[in-house]
Design a protein. Structure first.
Length: 107
């Protein structure tokens, strides 16, 4: 499914699915990601988190739909990979600042 979303969010999903792009293209320098009860802040920590998640789960993330309210975008995503219960649908809640992701919560 092809859904319209801000460039930074679209780039996040490209990077998340293995594209060779920089997290700096989609995240602010002080961005925070909350996933699996862990928090990752800044480009280096977010890059390490993405690499480890890909290594551990060999997943793909397919955005299904998006809801926009103010600076928050909630994207429902089908995640398939090497983990129990795959595939699952998870909400990715993004908050943007000046066009880049400043906060992401996955749950």
């Amino acid at each position: 499914m092809n859904i319209q979303m801000p460039d930074s969010i679209a780039t996040f999903f490209e990077v998340s699915n293995g594209a060779d792009a920089s997290v700096a293209q989609c995240f602010t320098e002080t961005a925070v990601v909350s996933d699996e009860k862990d928090t990752h802040q800044g480009h280096q920590a977010i890059r390490a988190w993405l690499r480890e998640a890909q290594r551990k789960y060999a997943y793909t993330a397919e955005p299904l739909d998006i809801v926009h309210r103010d600076t928050t975008f909630t994207v429902r995503v089908r995640v398939s990979g090497r983990f129990p219960g795959s595939p699952v649908e998870l909400n990715h809640v993004f908050r943007l600042a000046e066009g880049k992701i400043e906060f992401l919560e996955i749950g």
